[in-house]
Design a protein around this ligand. Structure first.
Ligand code: PLP
Length: 358
């Protein structure tokens, strides 16, 4: 730390992203990316002619992509805000709707960035413990006097709440924002977007990083009431008006437009997930009920840390979290069927050696 860094940032613990090796020698099951390439229409859209236009600024209103998202979800374009990854949408939401007098709450086990944003913006953040089985206790968020941030389905547990449950949280917090982060909703969750007309305090955040195979394009979006979207735009135009680059606008528009490809990838992941879950259970793993593109698993004979390190030696990356409550778990992204076979073979070998030791 230099002596110039503002004191208010001295204590911040920045987010630790999952490892991104720059070679392709690993089976990468550690950051919940799609194992499938983006829609072929993305490659057509991001062509030489468009690349030449990079000399020009991008559309600060991101109209083309906003229109496409609005059409897909049956909302007005004025209800959509596009960010440089949903991380940026989340940052603008914390910035816009929280301050010293407007605190925030979220579960103790959830997406790690919420805590970082709370620190960055000097917010009072209540971390509400998940129940013993890692489910969210809805009552904990009813009438709670704070902005509520919930990943639904949650990460890294993969568990989800129904829209009825979220609706109770919305009804009991009419004077506070309820932000639902639906990064994984396309893999079996229920979206809250249909609730938007009835709840002016609801913000739904989604991303192109998981179900639309565009993690590297950095695209996320919020859907909410026109007024809330105006507020998010106020943040953006006070910070980085050209937040989405030209090629990402084209890539996102093409991906959102290709419904058939989206459905196909999603179904493939769901089918691979259910087969992988069954196979891991056969090997003695406890596997949480996932509504996402990952499985959260533990094995009675293997610590989370040990399993992760043994897999790494076999060139397979998965994600382990050191937080006490989940330290015996490992989060495994659903890859291609072939990648999952390799994972299962490696796991069998690791377990066989472990049994000899026991
Ligand atoms: C991956 C993820 C994000 C971040 O997505 P980007 O759009 O890539 O910034 C946000 N929230 C949750 C819960 C995620 O898992």
């Amino acid at each position: 730390m230099s002596r110039f860094l503002s004191e208010r940032f001295a204590e911040i613990e920045p987010y630790t992203p999952g490892e991104q090796p720059q070679d392709f020698d690993y089976i990468k099951l550690n950051t919940n990316e799609s194992p499938y390439p983006p829609s072929p229409k993305v490659l057509e859209a991001v062509n030489a002619e468009e690349t030449a236009k990079l000399r020009l600024y991008s559309d600060p209103e991101v109209r083309q992509l906003t229109q496409e998202i609005a059409e897909f979800y049956g909302v007005r374009p004025t209800q959509v805000f596009v960010g440089n990854g949903s991380d940026e949408v989340l940052a603008f939401s914390f910035l816009a709707f929280c301050d010293a007098d407007h605190p925030v709450c979220f579960p103790d086990i959830t997406y790690g960035f919420y805590k970082v944003f709370a620190q960055l913006f000097c917010l009072d953040a209540q971390q509400i413990p998940l129940q013993e089985d890692f489910s969210v206790r809805v009552e904990d968020y009813c009438d709670c006097g704070r902005m509520v941030v919930l990943a639904n389905p949650n990460a890294p547990t993969g568990l989800s709440l129904s829209t009825d449950q979220i609706e109770r949280i919305l009804q009991t917090n009419p004077d506070h924002i309820v932000l639902i982060d639906e990064a994984y909703v396309d893999f079996g969750g229920e979206s809250c977007i249909p609730l938007l007309g009835r709840y002016p305090n609801l913000i739904v955040v989604q991303t192109f990083s998981k179900s639309r195979s565009l993690a590297g394009a950095r695209l996320g979006f919020a859907v909410a009431s026109e007024e809330l979207i105006e507020d998010l735009n106020k943040m953006k135009f006070s910070f980085n008006p050209y937040n989405i680059n030209r090629l990402s606008i084209l890539a996102g528009t093409a991906a959102m437009n290709d419904r058939a490809y989206f459905e196909q990838c999603r179904e493939e992941i769901l089918s691979t997930r259910s087969k992988t879950k069954a196979a891991l259970e056969q090997l003695g793993f406890q596997v949480l009920d996932s509504k996402t593109n990952f499985l959260f698993v533990r094995h009675p004979d293997l610590s989370g840390d040990d399993y992760t390190r043994q897999l790494r030696k076999k060139s397979i990356l998965v994600r382990h979290f050191s937080q006490t409550r989940i330290k015996n778990y490992v989060r495994i992204t659903i890859g291609t069927p072939k990648q999952m076979e390799t994972l299962l073979e490696a796991t069998k070998e690791i377990l066989a050696i472990r049994r000899q030791e026991l």
